[in-house]
Design a protein around this ligand. Structure first.
Ligand code: ISE
Length: 335
């Protein structure tokens, strides 16, 4: 029996997931979409076949014809929609951020825990990228000894005008927050976010680029350059430095061409291109796990931890100093 999926939010990411579910995912079928922009939802539904448009996202979640939900709405809408998924016991793949603040993320974690079943998976898709997965495997194998440092670069070609300093932390830097927690298998204890003199090419007052330092609980350190108006294209790199070697991913060495007196390759336009495979693997594994009544990826707790780090990161950016990350103890919340 195919998993009947409903998607909430059909902007860039939601539309991308809709196409993915229809064209590339097995064991699942897209049955409904919801978006406040009705013409946009109607156009997408029509282009993909027989798909219902349900205007109210909460009605989509409660609909008896929807077995599982993908939330790709803006972050501020997540808390209410996640709670509704838990109420209706619907498995949900929720795009990051889990919610907009530490408290509401913790409430989501607690509500899910009360149900006694994990229904929430968070869309930190980098864990499913073949390059990141290989890096994780290499570091975990111990071949290089203990991992000491991570150097990360995260650049977007450009972002909409509404993408301000806080969003750079909660929507972009949040990926490295998860990557660092995942690769080190440890929590981030302290974060500092520096803001160099911003690029002159954005006029919305956003502090872009930013340079973040994560101090892990066990003493390791990660640094991150995040620059969302890089102009050139999308670039995500990670170098791990360990006791007996280093490993780098994201060099973008695809097809090397030589022409007109120059050599080089292509820079992806955005994350849908660079992480296309990661999204495919993520959604397929989520569908397969949902059939088994499980999840298979980042948990609500991971979303909560990331929210706590981002909250501290924003405070650091505003106050110009390192900020301790305040979060509950896992054992106290999850028993
Ligand atoms: C976007 O929302 C994403 O999640 C991308 O993965 C990230 O690289 C980008 O910076 C964000 O704008």
């Amino acid at each position: 029996q195919d998993l009947r999926i409903g998607i909430i939010g059909v902007g860039q990411m939601g539309a991308d997931h809709a196409e993915r579910v229809v064209r590339r995912i097995s064991g699942a079928r897209l049955v409904a979409v919801s978006d406040p922009d009705l013409p946009r939802a109607n156009a997408l539904a029509e282009s993909l076949g027989e798909i219902r448009v349900i205007e109210d996202p909460l009605a989509l979640i409660g609909d008896a014809g929807v077995d599982a939900v993908i939330i790709a709405s803006p972050g501020f809408a997540h808390a209410e929609q996640l709670m509704a998924c838990l109420e209706h016991a619907k498995p949900v793949l929720c795009e990051k951020p889990l919610t907009m603040d530490t408290e509401s993320s913790l409430r989501v974690v607690e509500a899910e825990h009360k149900l006694g079943r994990q229904l929430i998976q968070v869309g930190f898709m980098r864990r499913f990228d073949p390059e990141y997965a290989a890096l994780k495997q290499l570091l975990d194998s111990g071949e290089l000894g203990r991992t000491l440092l991570l150097h990360n670069v995260h650049r977007n070609k450009s972002v909409p005008d509404t993408f301000r300093s806080e969003m750079i932390v909660r929507d972009s830097l949040v990926h490295e927050v998860d990557v660092a927690r995942w690769l080190f298998d440890d929590e981030i204890a302290r974060i500092t976010v520096h803001a160099p003199k911003p690029t002159s090419l954005v006029a919305n007052g956003a502090l872009d680029p930013q340079l973040a330092i994560f101090e892990m609980a066990n003493g390791a350190i990660a640094d991150v350059e995040v620059f969302v108006n890089f102009q050139v294209g999308y670039e995500v790199r990670c170098e791990a430095v360990a006791e007996k070697g280093s490993a780098t991913i994201g060099l973008g060495v695809d097809v090397l061409t030589k022409r007109a007196g120059q050599w080089g390759g292509a820079v992806p336009e955005d994350y849908r291109v660079r992480f296309g495979t990661a999204y495919d693997v993520e959604v397929q594994r989520w569908v397969d796990a949902t059939h088994r009544r499980e999840i298979d990826g980042p948990t609500a707790w991971d979303g909560y931890a990331a929210a706590a780090v981002c909250t501290a990161g924003i405070q650091s950016l505003q106050e110009g100093r390192p900020v301790e990350v305040e979060m509950a103890r896992k054992s106290e919340v999850l028993g």
